[in-house]
Design a protein around this ligand. Sequence first.
Ligand code: FAD
Length: 386
Amino acid sequence: MTDRSAAARFDITDEQRQIAALARDFAEREIAPHIAAWDREHYFPRSLYTKMDAIGLMGVLVDERYGGVGAGYGAYALAVEELARVDAGSAVTLSVHAMIGAAIAKLGNEAQRAAWLPRLSGGDTIAGFALTESDAGSDAGAIRSTAVRRGDGYVLRGRKQWCTNGTHAGVVMAMFRTGGVGPKGVSAFLVDPKTPGITVERETEKLGIRTSNTCDLAFDDVYVGPEALLGGEGEGFGGAMTALQGGRIGIAAQAVGILAACLDASVKFAQERMAFGKPIGAFEGVSFKIARMATDLEAARLLVYRAAALADAGTPSPTLASQAKFFASTAARTHASEALQIHGGYGFTTEFPVERYYRDAKITEIYEGTSEIQQIIIARSLLGRL
Ligand SMILES: Cc1cc2nc3c(=O)[nH]c(=O)nc-3n(C[C@H](O)[C@H](O)[C@H](O)COP(=O)(O)OP(=O)(O)OC[C@H]3O[C@@H](n4cnc5c(N)ncnc54)[C@H](O)[C@@H]3O)c2cc1C
């Protein structure tokens, strides 16, 4: 288990360091040789996640009682960062999967924990998250999909958009309306997408994170038993927001990983590329870009580690999770553009990976709450609801 007192001071523990090293080695060995082709082909590398289980990553947030590693958010953030340094797509697959495991542990009853957590930490079952609908993204409390009681269970109807991991998931945490309008009428359900009546309707082709699966799920009169309800009726919106607090640490860590990759590539290129008889890194126009990139990387990392340490200490801060995501994603998008600029024309080609970092960075400002929504959360924590 995590040394909570050390985590609370956001020192990196030995266990966290080991998990980061395992994730880095895994990414270099299993992903790096294939990533250019997988990105080009929009390929979801399903077998990676079975292999990831062997080094404990799939159960990084799951308690040891349920077959996980129970290493906490610090280790989760480090693992996601290391994966994102090589492939931001597989980093978000793990991030969302782990976020759902944590939500089940926190919001579920003992039967739900016993049913799902060993499967999630075992790598054979990937988890997905289905909140967004075509007319309800940032305004998630406006979802229209319904869960209507039938006998002891419920009948689910509606369509969920852009469900990460959806096609390959063995369980999806999906939000449906059981009551009146607004967030208080929303309940969360744990659903196996292979249940009769659920169809994968569209696999979305994307600008970036192309090794990540994103699909729409249609629910046509899907009967689920009472054991599918996660938390109480009407508690689903709060449950989704709780899950997203942890998830935002993951997306912030994903942005840090992309930023770290941009820095590595930029330093190497600036030392090697010659212009006007010198390495381009000798020009302040280039070296100052790298100095700012490195400084924002360190600042983003500290925000992520601090948000993770507070979560591990049992005092999670939604504001800090939003600040970490807002800062890290802005920095990743900004510096991915600068990294491409440092590479000149080569950066615009697929011969160098920076064009992929540039495409991958953008999504970190959009999903799990856009940068505008993060700023609303941060501002409200200071100003209240005016
Ligand atoms: C690749 C990908 C994967 C995703 N994965 C998942 C997933 O696994 N599960 C899931 O449920 N969803 C997922 N999503 C959905 C994602 O979370 C939403 O796209 C996101 O929350 C924004 O919602 P929207 O796209 O409807 O934009 P909108 O909410 O329509 O926003 C459009 C613009 O308006 C701005 N805006 C909206 N409201 C305000 C406001 N009050 N103040 C200021 N600006 C505002 C937004 O910031 C944005 O710039 C995914 C999306 C993508 C693209």
